[in-house]
Design a protein around this ligand. Structure first.
Ligand code: HAM
Length: 425
């Protein structure tokens, strides 16, 4: 049997309602804050991610699905959503519209060649919100508040946001130097990955998950102590806004994020349900990205939320999402002579707005009832030869067992009313 590729996950029909419920909540909450949907291609020119995400990051160096297409172009499956959104924003000249430009993407498939393990997939899906052209800290605060609201709307409350500032091209190089001189003395004790990160991206050593690196960086110099005035004012502005909005947050100097485009604010929400501190969501400000990929000088801030991780967190907390009924009325036929009438009544019920179905597998009468029972279908409409001859259909309430006869002429309408009355009660 051919199996799904390692690190991918199917969403089967019996579980898709969970995704749809989450999608509805996310769409609604994003729209409340003035964000509209953007959809961009699953693949982009590799160059976009080299320039956007950064060629020193683990994502670009180790994890991208890159291939040459038949025209000899280097193509990469999206390893994250922000660069594509920024590219589309520039190409669509959205920056000429009144600023800021607020957008969200939903179920964006993201591909990373990672070591598949609990909560870490090679194809995952992100909901993300991006806001271009808003340089004020209120844009960062708004995103964090909206993020918490949408998680709360999903039943996920008491989550804490970890925030940090990683400075900008003015103050960060000085910090890099200071951090390098601190790490230089501990080089032999760092893991191999961090020894490589030392030159190209020393900040990343700060969020290494290896115990020995964690122990070393506890005493490392802190970026927050070296922020330039602009970054420092921005960060205190953000904190003041979050406090005013009653947001539970913690300044965490070890949040540095795994993508090169970040400037100033970075933030993460950590899952409660798993070891290892997996992130439920991560984001931050990226004031240089748009220019870096060929657009105008335009600030940006956003976040990405892992859909699969949201589902994991809901499971961990035992939160059950409302499962819609698959079918409200099942129309039972009693043999050849009533198949057509049952089929036609089913279509009428659907046209009247009910979820209706009938048998397509040649089941006998008893088996059709058994099927309706198994699926928890609340009503069965019985169309036997006798009913057909008398121009009626028998409607059985599968919970109470009560039956009533309904005139076939306007059966659909009457059944809709009966079903609606039951739902209200
Ligand atoms: P990221 O932190 O790499 O950020 O990913 C965002 C979220 O996607 C994570 O917090 C996590 O929930 C989920 N995620 C990441 N990798 C995996 C994986 N291998 N398996 C399952 N879920 C995963 C970004 O991608 C940025 N583009 C976010 C952003 C938007 N920053 C600004 N705007």
């Amino acid at each position: 049997m051919i199996q799904a590729p390692k690190g991918t996950k199917d969403c089967l029909p019996k579980e898709s309602y969970r995704w749809q419920h989450i999608e509805n909540v996310l769409r609604r909450t994003a729209a409340e804050a003035g964000y509209r949907e953007i959809r961009t291609p699953v693949f982009e020119h590799t160059e976009l991610f080299l320039r956007g995400v950064g060629d020193t990051t683990d994502i670009v160096q180790k994890e991208m699905y890159t291939f040459e297409d038949k025209g000899g172009r280097s193509i990469t499956l999206k390893p994250e959503g922000t660069a594509g959104a920024a590219r589309a924003m520039i190409e669509g000249k959205l920056y000429a519209d009144p600023l800021p430009i607020k957008m969200y993407y939903l179920n964006n498939p993201i591909f990373r060649y990672e070591n598949p393990q609990h909560g870490r997939l090679r194809e995952h899906h992100q909901f993300g919100m991006e806001c271009f052209g808003a340089k004020e800290p209120s844009a960062d605060a708004e995103l964090i508040v909206v993020l918490l609201r949408l998680l709360k709307n999903l039943g996920l409350d008491d989550l804490k946001v970890h925030i940090n500032s990683i400075g900008c091209p003015v103050c960060r190089p000085l910090y890099h130097e200071k951090l390098r001189s601190f790490l230089r003395g501990n080089m032999d004790h760092l893991c191999r990955n961090c020894q490589q990160r030392f030159e190209r991206n020393p900040l990343r050593v700060l969020d290494c998950k290896e115990d020995r690196c964690k122990a070393i960086v506890t005493d490392a110099p802190v970026m927050l102590d070296m922020l330039c005035e602009e970054c420092s004012t921005h960060f205190s502005g953000l904190q003041a806004l979050l406090k005013a909005a009653d947001v539970s947050f913690e300044v965490d100097t070890h949040i540095v994020r795994g993508l090169d485009y970040y400037t100033k604010t970075v933030f993460e929400i950590i899952m409660q349900g798993v070891r290892e501190g997996l992130a439920l969501c991560g984001g931050g400000r990226y004031d240089g990205l748009v220019e870096q990929i060929g657009g105008p000088s335009l600030s940006g801030v956003g976040f990405g939320l892992g859909m699969e991780r949201v589902l994991m967190e809901l499971d961990h907390r035992g939160i059950v999402l409302p499962e819609p009924l698959l079918c409200q009325v099942f129309v039972v036929q009693t043999g050849e002579e009533t198949v057509q009438a049952a089929f036609s009544l089913t279509q009428q019920l659907r046209a009247a707005g009910l979820k209706a179905d009938c048998d397509h597998t040649g089941r006998g009468l008893k088996a059709q009832f058994k099927y309706a029972n198994k699926l928890g279908i609340p009503y069965v409409a019985i169309l036997g030869g006798d009913e057909l001859a008398r121009g009626v259909v028998k409607l059985r309430d599968m919970v109470s067992g009560e039956e009533q006869e309904i005139n076939l002429d306007n059966a659909a309408l009457q059944i809709v009313q009966i079903a609606a009355a039951t739902e209200e009660a």
